[in-house]
Design a protein around this ligand. Structure first.
Ligand SMILES: *[C@@H]1O[C@H](CO)[C@@H](O)[C@H](O)[C@H]1NC(C)=O
Ligand SMILES: *[C@@H]1O[C@H](CO)[C@@H](O)[C@H](O)[C@H]1NC(C)=O
Ligand SMILES: CC(=O)N[C@H]1CO[C@H](CO)[C@@H](O)[C@@H]1O
Length: 381
C-alpha cells in the first residue's frame, strides 16, 4: 500500500503573512475544537483560510459517477444525492470518489442540508484529524508552532500517513460529519419547527477500498462478477449483488431493543414504525423521536475492492421497494450485454436511469434516487 506524504498547502500562505495568519489559525482551530464544522464555517475568516486547500469540486456530470432521480408518485422530491467521481482531499494528497444519498422524510429540509454540507464538513474533518494525528500533541492550541505548516519544517520531518492511519482518519471524519450535520439541523429544526429527518448512505472510495457509512434504510451495494454454472453446467459469468449496508428498520432486533429501552414503542402502520410514525430507527434530524431512541449514528464498514468488483450502487428505499439488490445488478448486466462499449445506451446516466425507471415501472410509489459508480472505468484508483 502506498504511503502518502503530507502536502502542506497552507504553508505558502502562512509564511507570507505569519502574524495575522497565526491569529486566524488559532481562532479557527478553537472554533473547530469547540463547535466542530458548523462553528468553523460560521466564522467568516475560517472558510477563507481553508479555501487555500479546498478541493476542486468537479461538476457532477463530468466524471464517471452518475445518478438519476425520479419523483415517483410523490408531490415533492425529498431525496438528495451527491456524487463526486474524483476529488482530491486537501492536505492529504489522496484522490477519492464520494457518493451519497439522503432520503428525506417529513419534509425536505434535513436531506437538503445534509447534501449541501456533507462534502465540506467531511473534508474539513479529514484535514483537522490529519493535523491532529500528525502534529498536535500539544495540549493548547496557542502552543502550536505555526512553522510546522511551512515547507521548511515539512522538509525536516516528513510525516507519512500509512493505510491504517488513513482509514482511521476517514472513518472518524465520516462519523463527525454526520454528527455535526445532525446537531446543526436539530438546532434549526427546533428554531423553525421542522419535523423532517433524513437517511444517509455514503460511500467513499479510496485507493482499492471503500468506506461505507449508513443510517436509515437507503442501501449501498456492489455488483461483482462471478462464475456460476448455468443449467447445462457451463460456467457463466454474471454480476452478483452484495449488500454493503443493513437497513435500520424497527423489526431489526438490536434496533428494536434500543427503541424500547428508550421508552419508544413499535407499532405496525403498513410497516413497523417507531411510535407508529417513523419507519426507520436511525435518522438525521427527526427531533421529535430522538428521545425514543432514534439516533443519527451510521454503521460503518470497509470493503477491499478486487478485480471482480464492477459497480457501486447507492439507492434510496424507493428503488428497493420493488426490486431486490440482485435485480439491480441484473439490469446493469443486461445493459452491458445489450450495448456495445461506445453506444450511448451504455452511458452511465442511462444505467442509473434504467434502474429508477424499472423500479417505477414495477410499481414503486416512493420517490427514487440511485447513483451508479463503475469501478472498472476508474480502475486507476
Ligand atoms: C483489506 O486489506 C488489507 C491488507 O491489504 C487488510 O489489512 C484489511 O484488513 C482488509 N480489509 C478488509 C475490510 O477486509
Ligand atoms: C483524479 O484526478 C487526479 C488529479 O486531477 C488525476 O491525476 C487522476 O488520474 C484522477 N483519477 C481518476 C481515477 O480519474
Ligand atoms: C425522499 C423521500 O422518501 N421523500 C418522501 C418520499 O416518500 C417517503 C416515503 O413514502 C416520504 O416519507 C417522504 O416524505
Amino acid at each position: 500500500m502506498d504511503r502518502f506524504k503530507i502536502i502542506v498547502l497552507v504553508g505558502v500562505f502562512f509564511s507570507a503573512a505569519s502574524g495575522y495568519a497565526h491569529d486566524v489559525f488559532v481562532s479557527c482551530m478553537r472554533a473547530y475544537d469547540e463547535g466542530g464544522a458548523p462553528a468553523f464555517f460560521g466564522l467568516p475568516e475560517c472558510p477563507q483560510w481553508i479555501l487555500l486547500a479546498s478541493p476542486e469540486k468537479k461538476a457532477l456530470k463530468e466524471g464517471s459517477c452518475q445518478f438519476a432521480t425520479l419523483q415517483g408518485h410523490k408531490k415533492y422530491q425529498e431525496d438528495r444525492v451527491i456524487c463526486y467521481p474524483n476529488v482530491t482531499i486537501p492536505v492529504l494528497d489522496v484522490s477519492v470518489a464520494v457518493g451519497a444519498v439522503f432520503d428525506g422524510h417529513g419534509g425536505k429540509e434535513a436531506s437538503k442540508m445534509a447534501s449541501e454540507k456533507f462534502l465540506d464538513y467531511f473534508f474539513l474533518h479529514v484535514v483537522f484529524n490529519t493535523y491532529k494525528k500528525l502534529f498536535l500533541h500539544k495540549k493548547d492550541i496557542e502552543e502550536i508552532d505555526i512553522r510546522i505548516f511551512t515547507r521548511k519544517s515539512y522538509n525536516e520531518a516528513v510525516p507519512v500517513i500509512d493505510d491504517e492511519l488513513l482509514r482511521g482518519i476517514l472513518e472518524t471524519a465520516l462519523l463527525q460529519t454526520i454528527q455535526d450535520i445532525d446537531s446543526e439541523f436539530s438546532q434549526e429544526a427546533m428554531n423553525h419547527g421542522y419535523i423532517s429527518g433524513s437517511t444517509a448512505t455514503v460511500v467513499v472510495w479510496v485507493n482499492r477500498q471503500i468506506l461505507v457509512g449508513s443510517l436509515g434504510d437507503s442501501k449501498a451495494l456492489l455488483c461483482s462478477r462471478r462464475n456460476h454454472p448455468d443449467a447445462e453446467g457451463e460456467l457463466e459469468s454474471k454480476l452478483y449483488a452484495e449488500e454493503l449496508t443493513r437497513d435500520h428498520h424497527p423489526d431489526r432486533e438490536d434496533e428494536k431493543a434500543r427503541i424500547e429501552a428508550a421508552g419508544g414503542v413499535i407499532r405496525v402502520w403498513g410497516v413497523p414504525r417507531v411510535n407508529g410514525i417513523l419507519a426507520v430507527t436511525r435518522s438525521i434530524g427527526g427531533i421529535y423521536l430522538k428521545r425514543y431512541g432514534v439516533i443519527a449514528e451510521p454503521e460503518i464498514s470497509w470493503r477491499n475492492l478486487t478485480s471482480k468488483d464492477y459497480y457501486i450502487v447507492i439507492g434510496t428505499d424507493g428503488v428497493f421497494e420493488t426490486m431486490a439488490p440482485q435485480s439491480v445488478c441484473n439490469i446493469l448486466q443486461a445493459q452491458e450485454k445489450e450495448a456495445p462499449n461506445n453506444s450511448p445506451l451504455r452511458s452511465l446516466s442511462s444505467l442509473a436511469d434504467c434502474i429508477v425507471h424499472k423500479a417505477f415501472d414495477e410499481g414503486s410509489m416512493d420517490n427514487l434516487s440511485v447513483i451508479v459508480i463503475p469501478i472498472k472505468k476508474n480502475a486507476a484508483q
